[in-house]
Design a protein around this ligand. Structure first.
Ligand code: NDP
Length: 316
């Protein structure tokens, strides 16, 4: 069986950028796309903050560009899903990965770029309007609601941070927290309560997102009193957490309490030699396409250096 120099798992900005760099370094990478080829950006309409696109670009188009760029240098992009891995713990050891149809792959380095999945409330009306006013990324999409009224759901640090971010752009932000307190750090809570145009509503959940083609409002419910009310908004931001896609790496790689892969210092190295992680799968802090791409580049460079090191003849 051929032993690949580099296997990349995942096809978001991190995976494709790792592929561009690995291919240019003659590592002949094979990239498995996963269930959602192109990753989270394929569910976004407009991307306005990726450098190099002065007029913006829609998410799916950008991902096609990244794939074409990776293929131009010889990346073997395969549509498929890796559902099992067996990592070697030895330096220079061979790692194994298995596709959903049972094909075994062997590789000296593996770059994990499987990303994270934003959590949604699960309401049918919310799912229907995703990308049409419902978003899980304020930094990506907040600008489209400039001077408009929006709402955000969640009471953690992400929701608090995104609420204050949106408050700078939008005329009013209604923040909906399902409990009678927020989970966010005290400092973040103070920022929210000190921002004049954030209307904070505790014990409040969304009953339904209103609007046929685009979001026009929400019906909210106080879970203590049972009272409902409708408010008019044009944008709804869901900030109730992300789930890193790391299920298949459990018990093999070091992860934090939320399941994000831990990388060493400023590198993309995991606790196992030859296994690297890039993008949202190891970053719950920034979660931007451009930061994911940056760490994808780092992972390819780390993999290249690792291969050079293990291939070096032993000096006598
Ligand atoms: P968290 O898991 O910390 O918070 C999720 C929030 O969403 C909670 O308030 C939770 O409510 C609420 N929630 C969950 N499900 C629902 C639902 N179905 N309906 C309504 N509300 C819901 O996620 P975050 O993304 O905020 O943060 C993840 C991690 O990243 C944390 O460790 C955080 O500290 C960190 N982080 C740090 C930042 C920083 O330091 N600058 C910035 C952003 C994140 P409940 O409390 O009721 O469960």
């Amino acid at each position: 069986m051929e032993i690949l120099k580099t296997l990349i798992i995942g096809s978001g900005p991190a995976g494709y950028t790792a592929a561009i760099y690995a291919a240019r370094a003659d590592l002949n990478p094979v990239l498995y796309t996963g269930m959602e080829p192109g990753g989270q950006l394929t569910t976004t309409t407009e991307v306005d903050n990726f450098p190099g696109y002065p007029d913006g670009v829609d998410g799916p188009t950008m991902m096609v560009h990244l794939q074409q760029q990776a293929e131009r240098f010889g990346t073997d992009v395969r549509v498929g899903f890796i559902n099992k891995v067996e990592f070697s713990i030895e330096a220079g050891g061979i790692h194994r990965a298995y596709t959903e149809d049972g094909t075994e792959l062997q590789a000296t380095t593996i770059i994990i770029s499987t990303g994270a999945t934003a959590k949604y409330l699960g309401l049918p009306s919310e799912q229907r309007l995703r990308g049409c006013g419902v978003s899980a990324c304020a930094v990506c999409d907040g600008f489209f609601y400039k001077a408009q009224e929006v709402a955000i759901v969640g009471g953690g640090d992400t929701a608090a941070e995104e609420a204050t971010y949106l408050a700078n752009i939008c005329s009013k932000v209604t923040m909906l927290v399902r409990k009678d307190k927020m989970r966010a750090s005290k400092a973040m809570q103070h920022r929210v309560t000190n921002t004049k145009n954030i209307d904070l509503k505790y014990n409040t959940e969304i009953d339904e997102v209103l609007g046929k083609q685009v979001v026009e409002g929400i019906r909210i419910k106080n879970n203590k009193t049972g009272g409902t009310e409708e408010i008019t908004i044009t944008g709804l931001f869901i900030a109730i957490g992300h789930k890193p896609n790391t299920e298949i790496f459990k018990d093999q790689l070091d992860m934090d309490d939320s399941g994000y892969i831990i990388t060493k210092g400023k590198t993309t190295e995991t606790n196992l030699p030859g296994v690297f992680a890039s993008g949202d799968v190891q970053d719950k802090e920034y979660r931007q396409a451009v930061t994911a791409a940056g760490t994808g580049c780092m992972a390819a460079l780390d993999a290249e250096r690792y291969l050079q090191k293990i291939e070096e003849p032993v000096k006598s």
